[in-house]
Each structure stands twice: as structure tokens, then as C-alpha cells.
Design a protein around this ligand. Structure first.
Ligand SMILES: Nc1ncnc2c1ncn2[C@@H]1O[C@H](COP(=O)(O)OP(=O)(O)O)[C@@H](O)[C@H]1O
Ligand SMILES: [Mg+2]
Length: 287
């Protein structure tokens, strides 16, 4: 009898790309904190992710570059199952969730997705703050509701991170009274208050007025340098160059080039990466 095909993508072990080596801040002997293995996604007939894998060690910052529509957001959202991948496997801090397109797994999987989400904090392009909650209210909502944290403890942690992003004085303000840059810094403090193992940023400065981009990148660079683990989808080449241990270039749902920023950004090997960066430079988007 032939062996049934494993449609969950868990049959083969995770493989490192040759350019995936622990970054400078990774403690000797530490294993990866995040492994996404051959993530695939179909939206109807649209094959959006074609087996994208990534490995991230604790303390690393990795950046994902790629054209609009190449699948970057879908990949990032698949890491915490905001998007349900069609195939593949995600492991974060020991919690494993496989793709389950036919819904054969039950409650146990839903619980693991919950565990996974507590380990992966997300910062979106559009901030996604609750307009009816104050700054501190936004920060403590998930720790109290999802983690069951006591209000006092959640507030103390949130205040620590609001101070870190330079907004403790806006603690009781409402999002509508903040600038876009301040809102995004609150969103970062909110993600940090959950004390995640890895922070996922999806083009966090793309919706901002250009004058406000710098204050958000500064906070992110500080987090990178203090050894937070971060995956950042961005078009900010200077940030990627300065902060990233590794850069992944995505094209049509695959990572076609992986390496240190000095290679992928300054001396790309793959023609698709070259074309993208050349276009970028002529557009003058580089600040
Ligand atoms: N919810 C969805 N339903 C159908 N198609 C989608 C959905 N989200 C994204 N797509 C499609 O997937 C492709 C990749 O989108 P996305 O991951 O947003 O790319 P990127 O973030 O690199 O711009 C695009 O063709 C997009 O139209
Ligand atoms: Mg996107």
C-alpha cells in the first residue's frame, strides 16, 4: 500500500537556507525561536505563497523586501495564523502549528494558535488602535483579556513600554488626538506589553507622513539594538541596511535571495532583486 500524502507539510524537517546563520546578538548555542517551513497559500486560483521558509534566532532582526503584491503581508500574517496557510508549518518558541486546509484538527489546534499568537506580537501599517480606548487602555486590553494578567501588572508593564517609545505623557490620551507617528509608537508599546518572543512589523511606516517616519524607525532601531527579535516587512532600505542581521527578498511568493544587507541590498545576486532595487533608486524612495 502506498503511503498517503501528508498535506500538512510537516513530513519533511525544516531546512536552513545556506545564508541563514545566527546574527551578532544571538547567544552562543541558542536554537531558532521561529521556524516557518514551506508556507504555501492559495487564494482561489491565485498561488500567492509558493513554499516560503524562514529561520529566526532570538535577538535577530530580519527584514523582508519585495514588490507590492509579492506575498509579504500574507506570509507575515501566516506566521500567527491571521491567514490560514494552505500548506506548511510554523514553530515559535516550541509551539507548533501545521497548515490544516481541510480542518481535520480540532480544538487542540485552536489552542496552539492562541499560544502562538501570544508569542508573536504584530504591528500593522494602519496602527489598528481601538479609538474608544485611551493609550493605556489600548496597551492593557490584550494582556488582561488574552493572558489573564491583573490590571495593575498590565499597567505597570505598559507604562514601562510607553516610556520606552517616548509617550508616557500621552498615557490617558485618545488615539484621535495623536499624530500618526505617535499612534504607531503606541501600537509598538501595545505589542511589547504582551511580552512576545518575536515582533512582526508589516510596513509600519508606509502609512505615515514622511516627516513622521523617522521617529518610528528610531524606536524600531533601538529595539533591534537591544536584542528584540523582529521580522520587519519594509521599504526603508536605510533601516534594513542598518538594523537587519539578514534580508529576505520575496518574489511571487518565494524568497529568491537571502543574505546579509551588504549582499542583498548593496550587491544583489538575483536579477529580480536587482530590478527591484534599481527601480527603487530611480524612484528616489531612498531617504
Ligand atoms: N484576503 C485575500 N483574498 C484574496 N486575495 C488576497 C487576499 N490577501 C491578499 N491577496 C492577494 O495575494 C497577493 C499577495 O498579497 P500581499 O500578501 O498583500 O502582498 P504584499 O504584502 O507583498 O503587497 C496579491 O495578489 C493579493 O491580491
Ligand atoms: Mg503588504
Amino acid at each position: 500500500m502506498s503511503k498517503p500524502i501528508d498535506l500538512r507539510g510537516a513530513a519533511e524537517p525544516h531546512q536552513l537556507h545556506p545564508a541563514e546563520k545566527p546574527g551578532v546578538l544571538v547567544k552562543a548555542g541558542a536554537g531558532p525561536v521561529l521556524q516557518a517551513t514551506r508556507i504555501a497559500k492559495w487564494f482561489g486560483d491565485n498561488h500567492v505563497l509558493r513554499g516560503a521558509s524562514i529561520t529566526v534566532w532570538p535577538g535577530e532582526t530580519v527584514c523582508i523586501l519585495g514588490r507590492s503584491g509579492s506575498g509579504k503581508s500574507t506570509f507575515l500574517r501566516s506566521l500567527n495564523f491571521l491567514e490560514d496557510p494552505t500548506d506548511g508549518r510554523v514553530e515559535i518558541d516550541g509551539v507548533v502549528v501545521n497548515a490544516d486546509p481541510f480542518h481535520t484538527e480540532g480544538k487542540d489546534r485552536a489552542e496552539r494558535i492562541r499560544e502562538l499568537r501570544m508569542r508573536a506580537g504584530m504591528v500593522f501599517q494602519e496602527f489598528n488602535l481601538f479609538p474608544h480606548l485611551s493609550v493605556i487602555g489600548n496597551c492593557i486590553e490584550a494582556p488582561i483579556l488574552v493572558k489573564g494578567m491583573a490590571r495593575k501588572e498590565a499597567e505597570a508593564i505598559a507604562e514601562k513600554y510607553l516610556e520606552k517609545v517616548g509617550l508616557l505623557d500621552k498615557r490617558d490620551e485618545y488615539p484621535s488626538r495623536l499624530s500618526g507617528g505617535q499612534r504607531q509608537r503606541v501600537a509598538i508599546a501595545r505589542a511589547l506589553t504582551m511580552q512576545p518572543k518575536v515582533l512582526l512589523f508589516d510596513e509600519p511606516t508606509s502609512a505615515l507622513d514622511p516627516t513622521l517616519v523617522g521617529e518610528v524607525l528610531k524606536v524600531m532601531a533601538d529595539l533591534a539594538h537591544e536584542g528584540r527579535t523582529m521580522i520587519v516587512v519594509t521599504h526603508e532600505m536605510d533601516f534594513a541596511h542598518e538594523a537587519a542581521d539578514r534580508v529576505y527578498y520575496m518574489d511571487q511568493g518565494e524568497f529568491v535571495e537571502v543574505g546579509p544587507p551588504e549582499q542583498v541590498i548593496d550587491a544583489p545576486q538575483d536579477q529580480r532583486t536587482r530590478d527591484f532595487l534599481a527601480r527603487f533608486r530611480t524612484l528616489g524612495t531612498k531617504k
